[in-house]
Design a protein around this ligand. Structure first.
Ligand code: SAM
Length: 246
């Protein structure tokens, strides 16, 4: 008898468990959560503090502004999260991490789930980061007040890739980044809006020409807006397509 597949599981270590599920309780991710296509567990880091005041932070050695999350408390919380799920990768959301991208998201979604560690204040004591060696992931080159919005974004991106979450799985194939390209523009009714007509090709009924037009649009957008992606894409397919602009 085969073992039943485990549900994709997210464990979030946070000082603000009330921020979850938040937006993840709505729409696609929320429905998938209700349907048990994935599981969300939040662990309140403060619950692992041992003193009377439930202290989780202290002033930085060396001086300076702000507070730092204590290594002993954070380590206890991580240990608790991993004890029942040692197979889950530990991810620390931090501005100095590897920028989150679709490759990383695909990797997480294909695995058993994630344990997400959310920092607050000035950050987390470096010694627990070294001891636990999490994968450090950034949402982008800006500073959030905490890791929670980054955790929510990461989970949203993962959950929509899980089997059964998006009805027609084929609709994911052409999305931005799936082929190393940004996605082509979309149009719907009315066919003419404020004097702007949808591109004629889209109402032509020629599926092959529509497909080629969309690819051309995706290539042109990527070339114009994301030279970094374009260089990689062009590299992968031999030569950049210079005929598709506009
Ligand atoms: N002092 C830190 C610095 O200058 O890099 C910023 C600390 S920030 C106010 C508090 C927490 O928010 C961080 O420990 C991290 O967990 C989270 N955070 C902030 N910006 C982030 C980003 N771009 N991506 C992921 N997490 C972020």
């Amino acid at each position: 008898m085969g073992e039943q597949a485990k549900i994709w599981t997210a464990k979030v270590l946070t000082l603000f468990p009330e921020m979850f599920p938040g937006p993840l309780g709505c729409s696609l991710a929320g429905k998938a959560l209700q349907d048990a296509l994935w599981r969300l567990e939040t662990l309140d880091i403060r619950g692992f503090a041992t003193d009377r005041h439930r202290t989780v932070d202290d002033s930085p050695f060396g001086g300076g502004a702000g507070m730092v999350m204590r290594p002993d408390v954070v380590d206890e919380a991580i240990g608790h999260a991993l004890a029942s799920a040692p197979e889950l990768p530990l991810v620390f959301l931090t501005p100095r991490g590897r920028p989150l991208d679709q490759d990383l998201v695909r990797g997480f979604a294909a695995g058993p789930g994630v344990v997400l560690l959310c920092g607050r204040y000035e950050g987390i004591d470096q010694r627990v980061i070294e001891a636990r060696a999490p994968l450090e992931v950034s949402l982008g080159d800006f500073v959030l007040s905490g890791g929670e919005p980054a955790a929510i974004a990461l989970l949203d991106a993962c959950v929509r890739l899980l089997p059964g979450v998006i009805g027609k799985e084929t609709s994911l194939d052409e999305e931005s980044f799936e082929r190393g390209l940004l996605e082509y523009p979309h149009y719907t009714r009315p066919a003419v809006w404020q004097g702007r007509a949808v591109p004629e090709i889209l109402v032509s009924g020629h599926h092959e020409r529509v497909r080629a037009w969309r690819l051309g649009q995706a290539e042109a957008l990527t070339r114009d807006r994301r030279p970094d992606l374009w260089a990689r894409y062009a590299d992968g397919r031999g030569q950049p397509n210079q005929t598709t602009k506009g």
